[in-house]
Design a protein around this ligand. Structure first.
Ligand code: A2P
Length: 284
């Protein structure tokens, strides 16, 4: 008894041991709206990924009523932080009856999540041929892979202009992207590697569809009308100069994919780089 008390008094607190398979610890959580949040977590030492890729993350599911056993509940999430960051960032929707996000939205700093360290994805620079201008087309949480790519030096090394369009229902849903782009101006790495004023290459085009904001409408409609090109001061998309990455809801992806094909762009892949690539945003 005495011995045990002595040990407890003098020993340093025991480190929190991972209790989940592939456990990582949450280091920051930010709630942006009642439908959106972002969080950061530790990065497994072995994890190497290309900016724009996704991994499977999640939590333990509820115990099986018969066996009492728990299984991991995992979904694909784009990594929102760039490949050089020592932590990982994710940007998520909150769905009140969604199997994962109904729980994930309640995580707090110090909690553990499951992260399978096997990155994959098509929204990578390797899947595109060289071009002059890159378009990042996002709706909702489809902004996540671009949050990574906008902080990736290669984006500015490869292109003279970087256009990011983000269409959301409400103005509050643009805040995460807006703040991230504002912070780029002071990004030490990008300023060092790319040089002073690299951020002048960026053209940010946020639009809303269900709440008033300075620019209203779906990006697809604004492009069809020519309004988006006029506002941005660029020529309509053409296969010589323009490259595109798309990440949003399914209907959006299909519509913009058809538009890009009409502009003469061809879909690329890791194994066969071309002029545009598409990925579905996580929805649950
Ligand atoms: P809308 O409000 O007109 O449906 P969601 O939150 O449902 O994923 O939608 C995110 C944004 O994507 C919304 O602003 C929505 O506009 C827009 N959107 C949905 N479908 C399309 C589409 N086919 N083309 C362009 N934008 C779309």
């Amino acid at each position: 008894m005495t011995e045990m008390t002595t040990v407890t008094d003098t020993a340093a607190p025991a480190p929190k041991l991972p209790t989940l398979p592939d456990a990582q610890t949450v280091t920051e959580v930010k709630h942006w709206t009642d439908r959106l949040f972002s969080f950061r977590c530790t990065r497994p030492a072995s994890l190497r990924f290309r900016s724009g890729e996704f991994v499977m993350i999640g939590l333990m599911g509820d115990p099986d009523p018969k066996t009492g056993k728990q299984k991991p509940l995992l979904r694909a999430y784009s990594i929102a932080s760039p490949s050089w960051d020592e932590e990982l960032e994710f940007y998520s929707i909150k769905v009140q009856d969604g199997p994962l996000t109904s729980k994930l939205q309640h995580i707090e700093v110090g909690d553990q999540i499951i992260l399978r360290p096997k990155p994959v994805g098509t929204l990578v620079h390797d899947a595109l041929l060289p071009g002059k201008r890159i378009w990042f087309f996002a709706t909702g949480t489809g902004f996540a892979p671009f949050a990574s790519l906008l902080r990736e030096p290669q984006t500015y090394e490869d292109y003279d202009e970087v256009i990011i369009t983000h269409t959301c229902r409400e103005a509050g849903e643009l805040q995460y992207g807006h703040d991230l782009i504002e912070a780029l101006k002071d990004d030490e790495l990008l300023n060092d590697v790319i040089g002073d004023g690299f951020w002048k290459k960026i053209k940010y085009y946020p639009t809303t569809t269900r709440e008033k904001s300075p620019k209203m409408g779906r990006i697809t409609d604004l492009m069809r009308k020519g309004e988006a090109f006029e506002d941005l001061g660029v020529a309509p998309i053409n296969p010589q100069d323009d490259r595109a990455m798309v990440c949003g809801n399914l209907a959006f992806n299909l519509e913009i994919k058809a538009m890009l094909e009409d502009y003469g762009l061809e879909e690329g892949a890791n194994s066969k780089p071309a002029q545009y690539v598409v990925e579905k945003a996580f929805l649950d």
